[in-house]
Ligand binder design. Structure first.
Ligand SMILES: Cc1c2[nH]c(c1CCC(=O)O)Cc1[nH]c(c(CCC(=O)O)c1C)Cc1[nH]c(c(CCC(=O)O)c1C)Cc1[nH]c(c(CCC(=O)O)c1C)C2
Length: 362
């Protein structure tokens, strides 16, 4: 797949340089869920509109992606969309219920239900609206910062498709792993195939980096992770990279396995340039365990944004000292919450830029 678009020249490449472990003037920073409900302009724009309708409107996705960039000097943008557009593309109904979150009226119950899924998904037909949103946003960004595309990882999507929504135990989905391992692998493989095509489509549309969210790694133990998550995460990176290499493209990939510390060594050898970290890992030990093989992204506790600005600045300084300023992308250890103060998000971004510049001068 060749990129047929002529996009504006990139003016701030610190994020892409850090992905590749190259030196930068300052440490780049962005926040997971930076396009979200903590912004009054986001709430106003989304008011009264169905969530997935919004996802299907390229103009709306573009506007929501750009909103945080107008307020804060983030070093990357992430396209506004959701990981659950993939189950939809495979034929499942998913609704966003106010106060409850994503809901599948008819989740998968038994292995026979796999027959209800589309066996072969035409991503251009089913997810072309995401590609259009990416192309439009890349143009509208005007080269200010790179645009990140993303997907949910197979296990995380499988968990939603079986649970029918969010869950604390994921016991219905884990029941499949223990009771129906073959059917589980079949579903994970189906998801992997769609995800690879989906990510390649995002790159062809203009995405300059890709993040894979394994948000539900934490409910797996090391053994289940090795069998049901890691092989698919590796497959995705290898297949996407092989295809991109053929067309001479180099797009860094980030893997974020939330609460998956037990897999850190393996994740650092899974063909991803960057490993994302939640806040439960100490920066220095993450560096040691990944042995300088990858760049790292994260990992301030999102709740630290409830602290006064001076305290945020101290926490950021410590975090930067722990990770070092090279091969590092500052972020939170998970997404921003709706009740967070945009001013403190601004203080976080500023602290990263200021402290990292000072550390680089030392
Ligand atoms: C802003 C938003 C999104 N999704 C949801 C919301 C809130 C609902 C609203 O605005 O009405 C519902 C929405 N979508 C989802 C949830 C979580 C539900 C649950 O498990 O309880 C909610 C509330 C599912 C989802 N969706 C996503 C993940 C992976 C990241 C993570 O671990 O949080 C997951 C798990 C990815 C996602 N989702 C979104 C982005 C946009 C880009 C950005 O980060 O700014 C991204 C990257 C956008």
């Amino acid at each position: 797949m060749f990129c047929l678009h002529y996009f504006p020249k990139l003016k701030n490449d610190t994020f892409l340089c850090a992905c590749h472990g190259q030196e930068t003037n300052h440490v780049p920073v962005w926040c997971m869920r930076q396009a979200g409900r903590y912004l009054p302009e986001f709430r106003e724009f989304r008011a009264g509109k169905d969530f997935f309708e919004t996802c299907r409107s390229p103009a709306a996705c573009c506007e929501l992606t750009l909103q945080p960039l107008r307020r804060f000097p983030f070093d990357a943008a992430i396209i506004f969309s959701d990981i659950l557009v993939i189950p939809q593309a495979m034929g499942m109904d998913v609704q966003m219920v106010a106060g409850k979150g994503p809901t599948f009226p008819e989740p998968l119950k038994e292995p026979e239900d796999l027959l209800l899924l589309q066996p072969k998904v035409d991503v251009n037909k089913e997810l072309g609206y995401v590609f259009k949103a990416i192309t439009l946003t890349r143009h509208k960004l005007d080269g200010k910062v790179p645009l990140i595309g993303f997907t949910g990882a197979p296990w995380t999507l499988m968990a939603y498709m079986i649970e029918g929504g969010g869950s604390t135990t994921h016991s219905k989905a884990k029941r499949w792993l223990y009771r129906h391992p073959e059917a589980s692998h079949k579903l994970l493989k189906m998801l992997t195939d769609v995800i690879v095509e989906y990510l390649l489509g995002q790159v062809a549309a203009g995405a300059q980096a890709l993040q894979v969210f394994e948000s539900h790694a934490g409910c797996l133990g090391p053994v289940e992770f090795q069998e049901f998550s890691l092989p698919y995460l590796r497959d995705i990176a290898r297949k996407v990279k092989d295809q991109l290499k053929e067309s001479g493209q180099d797009v860094p990939m980030i893997v974020f396995a939330k609460d998956g510390h037990y897999g850190l060594e393996d994740l650092s050898q899974s063909h991803y340039e960057v490993v994302g970290l939640d806040w439960t890992i100490d920066p220095r030990s993450a560096r040691e365990r990944t042995g300088g093989k990858v760049s790292l992204q994260g990992n301030m506790d999102p709740c630290a944004l409830y602290a006064p600005k001076e305290r945020i600045s101290e926490i950021v300084k410590k975090m930067l000292e722990g990770f070092g300023t090279r091969g590092y992308i500052a972020n939170l250890g998970h997404g921003l919450y709706p009740d967070m103060d945009p001013e403190n998000v601004g203080a976080f971004v500023e602290a990263v830029h200021t402290h990292s510049r000072h550390l680089n001068l030392k």
